[in-house]
Design a protein around this ligand. Structure first.
Ligand SMILES: Cc1ncc(COP(=O)(O)O)c(C=O)c1O
Length: 401
């Protein structure tokens, strides 16, 4: 088979799948006169609960807020430590820092790029309060081991499920196992389903509902439990809160996306497996791991790792060469230590880093790039990307080998 030539049109690494159904539902919302939190937001939450098999689920402005409020609900703050992966989007770690707690970073498994569950226990101290595993790219972490460690040491588990809305672990949707106190989904446009911006937090203990509801909207409480009767225009504010409520116009998109989510994930899986098959004979790059019968991959990202010793090129050079081939790529994510705040922070908080460093996370963040993967892509798009990868990994510093 001959490789196709350079693409004529640019292929972005991600693109939300907004169809006529979403547009019609948004138009209906706009015409209804109720555009912010209202009946469609409530219906979306009911559908999220049913879809994920969870008793409680609150929609919010973002997954970032979901993580922030989850930590707040657990009372995590000054003097506490929270264990998480060294390879995550900065907000996972920043939320811990913003609460005044110290993030304790654990290196990743090189194959899955998820937190190495076998390295968690050695980082537990009397100050540890929670573990935040991140299901990177759509592949669930080894949750059984993480729950076992959490139960042994009395720690809360908050799943950063930003990439795994719809994925399954041990046959159950992410978020549905009550051994995790909270699971937080993102509906950012790069995720498997979108509400434009948006996120949700799933949980099992009804005692968390009041705090989260207060926190997402100014700390405002109405009716029962306040000095005012149901239906009163007046309200109490038992605690100061955030403004991070979800809008009906977002819910309109989400209601339609939810119906398509499993189909989107199936298509992502087909495309990802085509990449895996076609790139298997390109040793200059390292391919991501697929899921297995326990950890169902929902393929939010297809993350390739450059082997600089084999290509003779940096990740940035490879990305630029792919761009010249009209192939878009993304970086998910830069390493934390590339950020000025975190370089200083971990100098002041060396306890956040393992004594033997973070070799796997560092090598991964230096070399990774996300290839185009979204359900509207065709088989020919994948063939174009594969041909482009083959050409650019053999450039060797700009000279074709
Ligand atoms: C692992 C992870 N956690 C949290 C978030 C935050 O999601 P949001 O943009 O909905 O706040 C992201 C966003 O990309 C993410 O990748």
């Amino acid at each position: 088979m001959h490789d196709p030539p350079r693409r004529e049109t640019f292929l972005p690494f991600s693109r939300p799948m907004i169809g006529e159904e979403e547009i019609a539902e948004v138009a209906d919302t706009l015409r209804s006169g109720w555009v912010t939190t209202g009946p469609k937001s409530a219906r979306f939450e009911e559908e999220l609960k049913a879809f994920n098999g969870v008793p409680f689920c609150l929609a919010l402005l973002s997954a970032t807020t979901g993580l922030e409020l989850s930590l707040g609900a657990l009372g995590i703050g000054e003097g506490d430590e929270v264990i998480t992966t060294a390879h995550t989007f900065v907000c996972t770690v920043s939320n811990v820092v913003l609460r005044g707690a110290v993030p304790i970073l654990v290196d990743i498994e090189p194959s899955t790029m998820n937190i190495d569950a076998e390295r968690i226990e050695e980082r537990i101290t009397p100050r540890t309060k929670a573990i935040i595993p991140v299901h990177y790219g759509g592949l669930p972490c080894r949750m059984e081991r993480i729950w076992e460690i959490a139960q042994k040491h009395g720690l809360a588990v908050i799943e950063d499920a930003a990439h795994t809305m719809g994925a399954r672990y041990a046959g159950r949707r992410i978020g549905s196992d009550p051994r995790s106190v909270f699971s937080v989904y993102s509906f950012h446009p790069n995720k498997n389903m979108t509400t434009l911006e948006g996120g949700a937090v799933a949980f099992h203990d009804p005692r968390h509902a009041a705090y989260l509801k207060l926190q997402r909207f100014h700390g405002i409480a109405r009716g029962e439990g306040t000095p005012f009767p149901d239906g009163s225009p007046l309200y109490d504010v038992p605690m100061p809160g955030r403004k991070s409520n979800f809008m009906d116009v977002q819910a309109a998109v989400g209601l339609q996306q939810l119906k398509k989510l499993d189909g989107f994930a199936a298509r992502r899986g087909e495309l990802a497996r085509l990449y895996l098959a076609l790139l298997a004979d390109v040793p200059e790059v390292e391919l991501p791991a697929d899921g297995d019968s326990e950890r169902e991959h929902c393929w939010n990202l297809f993350v390739l790792r450059n082997r600089p010793e084999a290509t003779g090129l940096s990740r940035e050079e490879l990305m630029a060469a792919l761009k010249a081939e009209n192939v878009g790529t993304g970086v998910h994510w830069q390493g934390l230590f590339g950020f000025s705040f975190y370089r200083d922070y971990f100098e002041k908080h060396p306890e956040g880093l393992p004594k033997d460093g973070l070799p796997h996370a560092t090598r991964t963040t230096d070399n990774l790039m996300s290839l185009p993967l979204w359900p509207g892509m065709t088989r020919d798009d994948v063939l174009d990307v594969v041909a482009a990868v083959r050409r650019v990994v053999r450039l060797r510093g700009g000279v074709r080998s």
